[in-house]
Design a protein around this ligand. Sequence first.
Ligand SMILES: [Fe+2]
Ligand SMILES: [Fe+2]
Length: 176
Amino acid sequence: MKKLVKYFDNQEFSNIIEELVTNETVQEMKKYRQHYETTCFDHCYMVSYYCYLICKKYNLDYVSATRAAMLHDLFLYDWRVRQPDRKGLHAFTHGKKACENASKLFDLSQKEKDMIITHMWPVTMKFPTSIEGFILTFVDKYCATSETFEVIKSKMFMKKAFRYAYVFFSLLLIRF
Ligand SMILES: [Fe+2]
Ligand SMILES: [Fe+2]
């Protein structure tokens, strides 16, 4: 799988998520594709980093935001494949599933749990209960869109490159 995400060189951010990203179960997110070429792990890492930057800049609870964001999609299955034990659509259920999985592994605060459960708002009806929760929902959507757009952009570039190559070789053939 192509790696779209940069692993950021920020000591404070790395310290906050170290306990999470070194966990075996969290590492399993690398096996699952989230949006196109981006793994679930990379998507969460990216969302976590932007939540960290925004919440720190505005003097919010950046530690909780960073932790919750890193775990917000810890559902651990391929969402494109129908899961026999899943009741309801992935979009409506995976926040709760991620929170259940994360709670088994880490000591999460109620605020962090709420952020994970409500990260799909407004697709799901339940509102985030904190400003950090709202930030997570918007950053998640921003990252999902940019991960999708990156792939479309690279496909369009390939199409264009192919077209130019075709014209170039056609001209060469005509000449010789
Ligand atoms: Fe999600
Ligand atoms: Fe997400």
